[in-house]
Design a protein around this ligand. Structure first.
Ligand code: NAI
Ligand code: MG
Length: 336
């Protein structure tokens, strides 16, 4: 039995998470869910977007399965996602994007894993105004050699463990000579230790162009926090949208699994959100927990339903009248 903290989240969160939990429970994995609150819904109920009870649960379980959280806009509100990643030092954000044979896109051979540095860069929260009139603002990016080394090491080890041939570092060291320069130089050093894996470097803006024109030249991509955030939405677009892409946030002694997408307020409450991304995050979680058989059973059922294209949400098939719930049920049925 594995104890897992379950945070259903905001917007489309509860409906896609209910569908995903039903699939995980049907996969044969034995999970003891500890439900906890975070985000806007937690704020409305308890007055804080990250209650102590939620952190106590993660302190104990060290594994969380989380729906998207709405980030409250405005000064004084911090991002709870950033906060959780920092608190549990979830330094590696792994976001695989792979073409699905049944999902029509411009390409059918995309298979890119973005490994995003998850604790530093421009997302450290060092932002302020320099004048009382608030007409000059400043953000600081932080990059350390140690953190750069561990994320690039993670990317190379991931490549080795998953039979991948190439690691591409995406950077902007030509302009940001200190922060991005440190990241790039550290990546070059680490790459020397892995002669069996091809190493490539691309400047981030050109990388975007290459990625939309010839995505097949990318395999594992390692990059700093904000570039990784942006690139992983780009890779999502290459394979059929945000409804498909999971993300694992991995630290040395805790891990959090979620979708790449957010709370999608534009479609919340309509039973049309695609639950595939959080289900794929569930597959990553089962692998992390050592539940390989259950994870594979679940993966095959998701692939079958998505590729058949019948019981899928409208983002994958505009003619479909199938909702989140019905798609989840079809995936549960596919495991029977
Ligand atoms: P979003 O990812 O929620 O939505 C972007 C677009 O993709 C929308 O048109 C949405 O309808 C669509 N979409 C997203 N997920 C989908 C799904 N499962 N099925 C079908 N369509 C889907 O990004 P947006 O609108 O910029 O952000 C909304 C809120 O989510 C913000 O408060 C943001 O801060 C938060 N957010 C939270 C994340 C997290 O909890 N990890 C990640 C990204 C954003
Ligand atoms: Mg993002």
């Amino acid at each position: 039995m594995h104890n897992v903290t379950l945070i259903k989240g905001d917007g489309i969160g509860p409906s896609i998470m209910d569908a995903a939990v039903a699939v995980i429970d049907a996969s044969g994995a034995k999970i003891n869910w500890q439900e906890a609150e975070a985000g806007m819904s937690a704020y409305e109920k308890t007055g804080t977007p990250l209650p102590d009870a939620t952190m106590q649960s993660i302190d104990e379980t060290r594994v969380a399965f989380k729906g998207p959280l709405t980030t409250m806009v405005g000064e004084g509100f911090r991002s709870i996602n950033v906060e959780l990643r920092k608190k549990y030092d979830l330094y590696a954000n792994v976001r695989p994007a792979k073409s699905w044979p049944g999902v029509k896109t411009r390409y059918d051979d995309v298979d890119i894993v973005v490994v995003r540095e998850n604790t530093q860069g421009l997302y450290v929260g060092l932002e302020h105004y320099l004048t009382p009139q608030k007409d000059i603002a400043e953000s600081l990016a932080v990059v350390t050699r140690d953190s750069s080394e561990r994320i690039v090491e993670y990317a190379f080890k991931y490549a080795l463990d998953n039979d991948r041939q190439k690691v591409t570092v995406c950077h902007k060291a030509n302009i940001l000579k200190f922060t991005q320069g440190l990241f790039l130089n550290t990546a070059r050093e680490v790459a020397k230790k892995y002669p069996q894996i091809e190493f490539d470097e691309k400047i981030i803006d050109a990388a975007c162009m290459h990625m939309v024109m010839k995505p097949e030249q990318f395999d594992v991509v390692v990059t700093t926090n904000m570039f990784g955030d942006i690139l992983s939405d780009l890779t999502a677009g290459l394979v059929g949208g945000l409804g498909l892409i999971p993300g694992a946030n991995i630290g040395t002694d805790a891990a959090l699994f979620e979708a790449v997408h957010g709370s999608a307020p534009d479609i919340a409450g309509k039973n049309i959100a695609n639950p595939t991304a959080v289900m794929m995050a569930g597959v990553m979680m089962l692998t992390h927990l050592g539940e390989h058989d259950a994870g594979m059973r679940m993966l095959h059922a998701i692939e079958k339903v998505v590729n058949e294209g019948k019981y899928v949400t409208p983002d994958l098939n505009p003619n479909s009248t199938c909702g989140t719930k019905e798609m989840g049920q079809a995936i549960v049925d596919a495991m029977a």
